[in-house]
Every structure is written in structure tokens, then in C-alpha cells.
Write a protein of this length. Structure first.
Length: 173
């Protein structure tokens, strides 16, 4: 009986032994909730009114996409109304996404405005995309990365204090 591992078995062992890489945020000196605003278009605090699961895209290999509708309570940056719709993907090792927003809970949200598009990396790897649910080139808000100081309101009180005085969105009829 031979004790040698064949190439398929050895390769399988390597895949099992390699840990998944987690999202890693590098904290720049002096970084805080206020300075983090420089990298996004809007910063607001609001309550989730609706969480809608979007259709699966086979190219995204099971990663979920959602629209999250917020009632905006206050904002620090950007032009937001009483409600804001933010597009998110499930969290991953790329630091994108925050698919964990829950209806009825209040959050501090950092989001960037971007053109609707499909993101394809070098070599043709499809990373994520939105053109199947929105017209290409229109503007959308996409949730900030896992590295922004947003999150459920009770756990981000320090960040809210660092942001300072907020504005209240204008009421619409």
C-alpha cells in the first residue's frame, strides 16, 4: 500500500487547510466618524422600513443583493429626503456589503453614490452588478464598506457624537 497522496487529494487538502481571508480595515491615524465622511456621498441615521431581496445573479455565486428603504431621521452629509433607498450585497471578504439591515431597527449609514453598473474584474471575474434591476448609468446609493463606522444605533453612539450637529430632512407632502 502506498502512502503517497495523489495530486487531486493533495490539492483538496490544501483547499481545506487554507483559512478564508477576512475583511481587514486599516485605521489611518486620526481616522474617526467625521473623517470617514470624505469617502462617501451621504451619511444619515434612519430606521429600516423595508428590506427587499433582489433576484439572484448566477455570476455572483449565491451572494445576496437587497434594497433597503430607510426613514431618515437626521443626516450629516449629502442630499437626502425623508426616505432613502440603499443597495447592499451580503458581506464578504472584500469588505463590501452590509446585507444585515433589519426592518424596524435604527442605523447610522454611510453610503456612496455611484452609477449603476456591473463590476467585472481583470480576467473576466464578475464581482457584483445591478444592471438587471436598474438601468445602466442611473445613480444609486450603495452601502459603505465594512470599514466605515456605521451600524446599529446603540453600538455607534460614539460615532454619532463625533459627527456633531445633524440636519433634519425636509418633509415631503
Amino acid at each position: 500500500m502506498s502512502s503517497r497522496l495523489g495530486p487531486v487529494t493533495f490539492g483538496s487538502l490544501l483547499l481545506i487547510a487554507v483559512p478564508a481571508l477576512a475583511c481587514t480595515c486599516v485605521d489611518a491615524k486620526g481616522s474617526n466618524a467625521r473623517t470617514a465622511m470624505a469617502d462617501v456621498s451621504v451619511v444619515f441615521r434612519g430606521t429600516v422600513l423595508e428590506r427587499k431581496t433582489l433576484p439572484q445573479r448566477i455570476e455572483m455565486r449565491g451572494r445576496g443583493r437587497y434594497t433597503i428603504t430607510f426613514r431618515v431621521d437626521q443626516f450629516w452629509k449629502g442630499s437626502v429626503g425623508e426616505n432613502a433607498i440603499v443597495y447592499v450585497v451580503d458581506s464578504g471578504t472584500d469588505c463590501l456589503g452590509d446585507g444585515g439591515y433589519e426592518v424596524g431597527k435604527n442605523y447610522l449609514v454611510y453610503a456612496g453614490e455611484q452609477d449603476v453598473r456591473d463590476v467585472i474584474l481583470e480576467g473576466g471575474f464578475f464581482w457584483y452588478g445591478w444592471t438587471d434591476v436598474l438601468p445602466k448609468g442611473t445613480k444609486m446609493l450603495m452601502s459603505g464598506t465594512a470599514c466605515t463606522p456605521g451600524g446599529e444605533t446603540p453600538s455607534v453612539r460614539k460615532a454619532i457624537r463625533e459627527l456633531g450637529k445633524a440636519r433634519i430632512p425636509a418633509k415631503t407632502d
